[in-house]
Ligand binder design. Structure first.
Ligand SMILES: [Zn+2]
Ligand SMILES: [Zn+2]
Length: 305
């Protein structure tokens, strides 16, 4: 199944000519999930060919404006396009209040079901689960309540060794083998053995989104051995004191997190607009964790590649 991340915004808090604050779209097969929704998100969805009616769930990390100010516009556009399907929104409780206030003063009610899931107090809790994925929240250390999101693929079915399969095998028996069950004859002997006809499933892939946060080494064990980690790197190393004061991280701290957690690939973003050369920030991170890339807007990254 395709598991890909499109970066819709990866700048710091201030929008620039070519940079926008945090917003991402994670797609697993045909399932689309938005992570944060900064201002201007609608045009960036269009630019990346992502139709808003495909979005099933939106996850908002915290209520600083650079992470959600595009949301109301998107919700209204979905209304104007007469969306009918449910939209699920996972966010801190205060966002429900903000949305209600907007609707009240607009004298509007959305024409589609907006289902609000307040984030629980318990971190590490599974907040969503379907056939393919589990989503847990991760503790971030920020000035206001803030969470990250960990998307982990569930163990898939066993893979069939196609050239060993008997030609006349039934769909039902194929289903049993994929689920790890031997198929037996009426006398109890084995007709088709799982170990002869299947391989183990593909290794599990995961994506950890670590939004605004001060460096916290205890986070590493919660995202261990992940496929792809996005970690904010608002400041260069020389500005480590500013990072502390504002509850953000530096490039080296983001890289340190990737190293400590044993993740395979790191994306850094939320770079402050004070730095005119993002490549120099990338080099700082790569000195500690070579497989680091800049999270570039309008680019697609494969989870687990
Ligand atoms: Zn931010
Ligand atoms: Zn913030």
């Amino acid at each position: 199944m395709e598991f890909v991340l499109t970066i819709l915004g990866s700048g710091g808090a201030l929008p620039g000519i070519d940079t926008n604050p945090t917003a991402q779209c994670l797609r697993y097969g045909t399932h689309h999930y938005l992570i944060d929704a900064s201002e201007g998100i609608q045009t960036r969805l269009t630019k990346n060919g992502i139709a808003h009616h495909k979005i099933e769930r939106i996850f908002i990390s915290h209520l600083h404006g650079d992470h959600y100010l595009g949301l109301m516009g998107l919700l209204f556009t979905m209304h104007l396009h007469r969306r009918k399907t449910e939209l699920h929104l996972h966010a801190h409780r205060g966002l429900a209040e903000i949305i209600t206030l907007h609707l009240k003063h607009a004298g509007s009610a959305l024409c589609y079901p907006l289902i609000f899931h307040p984030l629980p107090e318990d971190l590490g809790t599974v907040i969503f689960e379907n056939k393919h994925l589990l989503v847990e929240i991760l503790p971030m250390q920020h000035r206001i309540p803030c969470v990250g999101f960990l998307f982990t693929e569930k163990q898939g079915p066993l893979k069939l060794i196609k050239d060993r399969l008997p030609k006349d095998i039934s769909i039902e028996h194929i289903g049993m083998l994929k689920a790890g069950q031997d198929v037996l004859n009426a006398d109890g002997t084995t007709k088709y053995a799982v170990e002869d006809l299947t391989h183990s499933p593909d290794p599990l892939r995961s994506y950890a989104f670590c939004s605004d946060t001060a460096f916290d080494p205890t986070l590493a064990s919660k995202i261990s051995n992940g496929s792809l980690l996005y970690h904010e790197a608002t400041f260069a190393d020389e500005d480590i004191e500013k990072a502390k004061e504002t509850w953000h991280s530096t490039t080296s701290q983001a890289a340190q997190m990737a190293k400590l957690s044993g993740t395979k690939q790191l994306l850094i973003g939320h770079l402050s607009s004070r730095y005119k050369d993002p490549e120099s920030l990338l080099r700082e991170a790569q000195q500690i964790f070579p497989n680091t890339r800049l999270a570039e807007e309008n680019k697609v990254y494969t989870v687990g590649d």
